[in-house]
Design a protein around this ligand. Structure first.
Ligand SMILES: [Zn+2]
Length: 187
């Protein structure tokens, strides 16, 4: 059994300078999250649309952290749209109460709540994990297909780096590309 983020360890960098608009952190956040959504692990390169900048503690709960880098999560549109203003503990200092709420994906704790099985599906290990699992609709989204697409894209990279004109390899690359382009609109 694996991690939601696979081999990637998401941690926000230290000592980032203060900025007056959270959208100005996009580049650094994308780097710190290694291009993947903090919640579902989807690589932005699977999609045509950009990932978004989620406020972990929603703006309506804590308006002092709107431009706080350490409150931002690089998140896909689906995850960000599912979470929205939800903060069930209603207390800005309590992300979860061991039953309901959220865990920051840029912490070691995240893996205690959610994991990924060999097929690429996300599963929950705790009550908090279950809360997030339901809230992000991991049960009905094509989570394992996105994971398989990401695996395929890694293999595609490996195949691309081989410099010969082997026809079979080129045909396989064409097929992967076709599938990837189709899925980009559908995951
Ligand atoms: Zn996501």
């Amino acid at each position: 059994m694996g991690r939601v983020h696979g081999d990637i360890v998401i941690r926000r960098r230290n000592n980032i300078d203060k900025r007056d608009d959270y959208t100005k952190y996009r580049k650094e956040l994308q780097e710190d999250f290694n291009n993947i959504c903090g919640y579902c692990g989807k690589d932005k390169r699977c999609l045509y649309e950009e990932h978004e900048l989620d406020h972990f503690v929603p703006r309506g709960i804590d308006d002092t952290r709107i431009n706080d880098y350490y409150n931002l999560v690089y998140a896909c549109k689906k995850c960000n749209g599912s979470k929205q203003k939800d903060w069930p503990t209603k207390d800005k200092n309590i992300p979860h109460n061991e039953k309901i709420g959220y865990c920051d994906p840029a912490t070691e704790e995240f893996d205690e709540h959610l994991g990924r099985d060999d097929e690429g599906n996300i599963f929950y290990k705790t009550e908090v994990g279950k809360y997030m699992y339901k809230r992000f609709h991991f049960d009905i989204r094509p989570i394992s297909y996105v994971w398989k697409l990401m695996e395929l894209m890694k293999r595609e990279n490996e195949l691309c780096s081989i410099k010969n004109k082997d026809l079979e390899r080129l045909e396989i690359l064409d097929k992967i590309k076709e599938l990837r382009e189709y899925l980009r609109y559908n995951v």
